[in-house]
Every structure is written in structure tokens, then in C-alpha cells.
Design a protein around this ligand. Structure first.
Ligand code: KG4
Ligand code: ZN
Length: 333
């Protein structure tokens, strides 16, 4: 089953062709960072206009790279939400038009489910159910129990900043342009993670929730202090990163202890983080668990993960092409 994936929930105009939820024949993503960087964050109106300008070419590009025509496509998978409404409607409208014109089924996908199925791409041994997913992106951070492709339960989440948001805001404090996560990661690799003791959020005994806003504020107060003004940025970056990784790994451990998981999946943009990946691999080895982390290009937003989710969720993801609408606040389940 060959699916054309379309993902326009935020600022990446992405398309992909994926066979049987696993073999990526083409994955195209046009990065809009240059258009948003000077504003220090994503400007929704610019993002939706760029999607309009780029999407048709991105669809043709994916088909061209895969050496396939529309006739080879068995269905269209599109991100329905959550995300920026102006961005989502561009992808949903294009997907509906293609499904209608080509007379192919339309599969509506939750963006966050897509991030989980990124772990199935380009591999012969997909994660076995039930698995635990730690989803850490720019907009969301949550722990999910995945019983099957369509039975997923959120165990804990952040009620303030997402992990990626904390990275981007802290990077900004260090003078790194948006989106600062990847650059902060590189800077931290040269620093001392024990140089400064930034706070680690601990929820109540029964909670698996996360929080990063206190950490970000603490870094800000430190940088404004006497000691902070002369602090080497690489040490601040490494100490911040150590706190994020500690919080995420502590919550993963707590969730894991609650119940019989076969594997752990790390996904979302922050899953590309080198320190987090190292910590997860060490933890998985100690606990005798298999850890699945998508390739870096599938950690951040992409359309291959949307096509994968549609393939595995098939019937549940199938929607009426003519009535489907984008939903910026689409619930996780
Ligand atoms: O999943 P994603 O592409 O978009 C959302 O759905 O939010 O995640 C983007 C986020 C950004 O906040 C970015 O700074 C962060 O992922 N990110 C990283 C790294 N690469 C991307 N954060 C830390 N270390 C990285 N290497
Ligand atoms: Zn995302």
C-alpha cells in the first residue's frame, strides 16, 4: 500500500511517499526557518502563506524522487491537527482535493500519533506492543502507553513549556537564533554538565507530569546574576541540558516501573538531542529494554511519519474526503 503523506501543521511543508508504513520512497521537507528567524519564532501567517506557495511543488518533488505517478498512490494521508490552524488548513485542503480528483481514500492523522510512528520508518523490526513512548517536540512533551496502533493513553504531560520550547527559549537567552535546540545541543557538547545545578522538576508521587518553565526561568535569573554574566555559555548549555535529560529520564523510569512494556520509543524534535539519546541508550541497556529512536530526519516534523501512522491506523484514520476539517486542538485520543 503506497501512501502519499502531507504534513503542514507548523512551519515545515513536508510530503512523502511510504510503502506499507515502513519503506520511505521519498521524504521531502522544505524548511521555512529563514522566513521566521528574524522574528525569533514562527509567525503563523507567514507559515501558512509559505505552505500555499510550496505544497504543490513538494508533492511533485516527492513523486519525482520516488519515480511514481499519482496512479501508483493508494491513498492520501494528512495531518489534521493539532497545530497552527492556518497551516493545517492548507495541507487538509490539498489532501481533500487530491483524494477527490484521484478518487483515492483520505486518511486523517493526529500529528502526535505521527511522531510515534516515526519509529517504524526504514526498519525491519518495528517496536513490539505494548510500548512506552516519550514524545518530546517543540509543542508537546508527553509519556504515552501504546497498547496498539489505535489504543494509546497519555500517562503524563507538561502543563507549561514543552521540552523543545524550553530549549528554544533558553537558546535565545544565550543569544542563539531560533530554532535554538539543535545549536544549544552542539554548544552543550563542549560544556560541563555539572557546572551549575539547575532545578529538576519533581511532580507528586502519583503523577507522571513534566514541567520545564521553572528550569528556563532559573537559567534566566542565573544569566542576569553577577555569576551568570561571566559564565561560559557552553557550561550553561550543558547544565541546562543535563537538567532536561534528568527530568525526562526520571519520568520515563517512573512510567516504566508501572507496567510491562516491551520497548521504549523516543520521538519528536527533541529526540534528535545527542545527550538524551545517549541517556536513553544507557538506561535501556541497564533495564534490558529495546529503545527505538527514529533517524534524526524523522525525529523532527516530516510527512513520512504521517503516512506511516495512516497505514497502521487505516480504518480508524479513514475520513470522509468532503467533510474533513482541520482541528488545531485535536485531542490525542
Ligand atoms: O517535532 P518538531 O519538529 O516540531 C513540533 O512538532 O514541535 O520539534 C521541533 C523542536 C524545536 O523546539 C527544536 O528546537 C527541537 O525540536 N530540537 C532539538 C534538537 N533538534 C530539534 N532540541 C534539542 N536538541 C536537538 N538536537
Ligand atoms: Zn511535531
Amino acid at each position: 500500500m503506497l501512501l502519499l503523506g502531507i504534513e503542514t501543521s507548523c512551519d515545515d511543508t513536508a510530503t512523502a511517499l511510504v510503502r506499507d508504513g515502513r519503506d520511505v520512497l521519498a521524504s521531502v521537507s522544505t524548511n521555512q526557518d529563514a522566513f521566521h528567524a528574524r522574528y525569533g519564532g514562527i509567525v503563523p501567517e507567514i507559515a501558512s502563506r509559505q505552505h500555499v506557495a510550496l505544497l504543490s511543488a513538494a508533492v511533485e518533488d516527492a513523486l519525482g524522487r520516488a519515480g511514481a505517478g499519482f496512479d501508483a498512490v493508494d491513498g492520501i494521508a494528512v495531518t489534521r491537527g493539532p497545530g497552527l490552524i492556518g497551516s493545517l488548513v492548507v495541507g487538509v485542503a490539498a489532501a481533500k482535493a487530491l483524494a477527490f480528483a484521484l478518487n483515492k481514500p483520505l486518511f486523517a492523522v493526529n500529528h502526535l500519533h505521527g511522531h510515534i510512528f516515526a519509529a517504524f520508518l526504514d526498519r525491519d523490526d518495528p517496536p513490539p506492543y505494548p510500548f512506552l513512548a516519550l514524545l518530546v517536540s517543540g509543542g508537546h512533551s508527553q509519556l504515552v502507553a501504546v497498547e496498539s496502533a489505535t489504543a494509546m493513553r497519555v500517562l503524563g504531560r507538561t502543563h507549561d513549556d514543552a521540552a523543545g520550547e524550553a530549549y528554544d527559549k533558553t537558546a535565545r537567552l544565550l543569544g542563539i537564533p531560533y530554532p535554538g535546540g539543535p545549536q544549544l545541543d552542539r554548544l552543550a557538547q563542549r560544556g560541563n554538565p555539572r557546572a551549575y545545578a539547575f532545578p529538576r522538576h519533581r511532580p507528586g508521587a502519583d503523577s507522571l507530569d513534566l514541567s520545564f518553565s521553572g528550569l528556563k526561568t532559573s537559567v534566566r535569573y542565573f544569566l542576569e546574576s553577577e555569576a551568570g554574566r561571566d559564565a561560559p555559555p557552553e557550561d550553561v548549555a550543558a547544565s541546562f541540558q543535563a537538567a532536561v535529560v534528568d527530568v525526562l529520564m526520571a519520568r520515563l523510569q517512573a512510567a516504566f516501573e508501572r507496567g510491562g512494556y516491551e520497548a521504549v520509543v523516543l520521538s519528536g524534535g527533541v529526540a534528535a538531542n545527542s545527550a538524551l539519546q545517549n541517556a536513553l541508550r544507557r538506561w535501556a541497556e541497564c533495564n534490558g529494554v529495546t529503545a527505538f529512536v527514529p533517524a534524526p530526519k524523522y525525529c523532527t516534523d516530516n510527512a513520512a511519519m504521517i503516512a506511516a501512522a495512516a497505514f497502521y491506523q487505516r480504518d480508524a484514520a479513514r475520513a470522509d474526503p468532503l467533510t474533513l476539517s482541520a482541528d488545531p486542538n485535536l485531542a490525542f485520543s
